[in-house]
Design a protein around this ligand. Structure first.
Ligand SMILES: *Cc1c(COP(=O)(O)O)cnc(C)c1O
Length: 371
């Protein structure tokens, strides 16, 4: 049996460990230090954003982002239904209510039309939503011009969940830097990893500054320990930030390798009638974090998935929409059928920047034999 081919596994560039060694040499074994500052500076330079605070996870970043946008008990937050559960859980941490919005077919991300329908309906029912969380899934940018126009029209701020979209751009702007607040994740399977970590970014410096304050237990300026607000222990460690600094050096190279994977699959499989690919719409650049295919039915999708698994190749159905999850089954939702269809027919293929051409050829061969 061949070695297991993973969906998306960590891929080190080589310099990560030297940043960690330096932290050991200088005894910066703490949730602060030169690597944390350096990693934040790298992220700011790369994305062009004004300010950045490195945190323990993308989930923590979303939580602090919602606090910055004033989301409190009883508030409603509009959120892409087609996403990973970590987008939604922080809404619940704030005792707020998620309202799910369906996808559109060009990007698979939040449908601007459904978003406006949802806003109008919520306002008619007497509750104006407090924030919008838009997710750039699999690295594909959302239709940000339309979404920001709606955000301005109704004066509802946007938090961009760019956990999967570091390095993707929309009309030249980095995902995460277009809305009021953006977040990134550096979990083990993301485009770059710190083994676990996240960041909040914004062009409004006060959002990141206040997030830093809350992430470090909300200590008031005093010689003793004094607290006027509830804080969290969410700050990134100087060790993990060292991995991040090394990873930033090879981010662009890894994006080009992930895009190579997608191009390879598309070239080899696009002749097959019942397999479709998500195209990059005009003005959008995707990091192609995961390469996905859309088949013609649940049965075809499962046949391919099971055949790949039999060859020790990991693949996974597209995200199960949040409005279909048992934990959110009673939530309000604005649907058009797109995300349910994607979940039924879609499959994520192995997409790591560390895949070999032989791996890609084997994957394509198994798919062709089982279609
Ligand atoms: C990974 C991910 C998160 C959460 O990030 P963590 O660092 O794992 O907490 C949030 N949203 C999306 C869309 C993700 O893929």
């Amino acid at each position: 049996m061949n070695k297991r081919i993973w969906l998306s596994s960590p891929h080190m560039g080589g310099t990560e460990q030297s940043y960690i060694n330096q932290a050991f040499e200088e005894n910066w074994i703490a949730p602060l230090g030169p690597n944390v500052n350096g990693f934040e500076a790298d992220l700011k330079k790369y994305t062009g954003v004004n300010s950045c605070t490195a945190l323990t996870s993308g989930t923590a970043a979303i939580h602090l982002g919602l606090i910055q946008l004033g989301v409190k008990k009883g508030d409603e937050v509009l959120c892409s239904t087609f996403t990973f559960v970590a987008t939604v859980n922080p809404i619940i941490y704030q005792d707020a209510t998620p309202i799910f919005v369906d996808s559109e077919e060009d990007t698979w991300n939040m449908c601007p039309k459904q978003l406006e329908i949802a806003i109008k309906d919520r306002i008619a029912k007497g509750t104006k939503p407090k924030a919008i969380i838009v997710v750039h899934l699999y690295g594909m940018p959302s239709k940000m011009n339309e979404i920001m126009e709606i955000s301005k029209k109704y004066e509802i701020p946007v938090l961009e969940d760019a956990a999967e979209a570091l390095g993707s751009t929309y009309e030249g702007k980095a995902m995460g830097t277009i809305g009021d607040i953006g977040i990134y994740s550096f979990n083990g399977n993301k485009i770059i990893t710190t083994s676990g970590g996240g960041a909040i970014v914004s062009n409004k410096e006060e959002y990141c500054q206040d997030s830093l304050f809350l992430a470090t237990q909300a200590r008031d300026a005093a010689p003793h320990y004094q607290h006027s607000r509830i804080g969290y222990n969410y700050r990134m460690s100087n060790i993990t930030a060292g991995i991040g600094r090394g990873q930033m050096e090879i981010l662009d190279k890894h994006i080009s390798l992930r895009r190579r994977n997608h191009d390879f699959y598309e070239k080899e499989l696009s002749g097959i009638e019942n397999i479709k690919f998500l195209k990059e719409p005009e003005g959008m650049y995707s990091n192609r974090w995961l390469s996905c295919i859309l088949t013609d039915s649940f049965e075809t999708r499962e046949k391919i998935r099971i055949a790949l698994e039999a060859k020790n190749i990991e693949s996974r159905p597209l995200w199960k929409p949040m409005h279909m999850q048992p934990v959110f089954i009673n939530s309000e939702k604005y649907l058009n059928g797109v995300s349910e269809d994607l979940f039924k027919k879609g499959l994520c293929l192995p997409s790591g920047s560390n895949l070999e051409i032989d791996d890609l050829e084997l994957i394509v061969k198994v798919i062709k034999e089982n279609i």
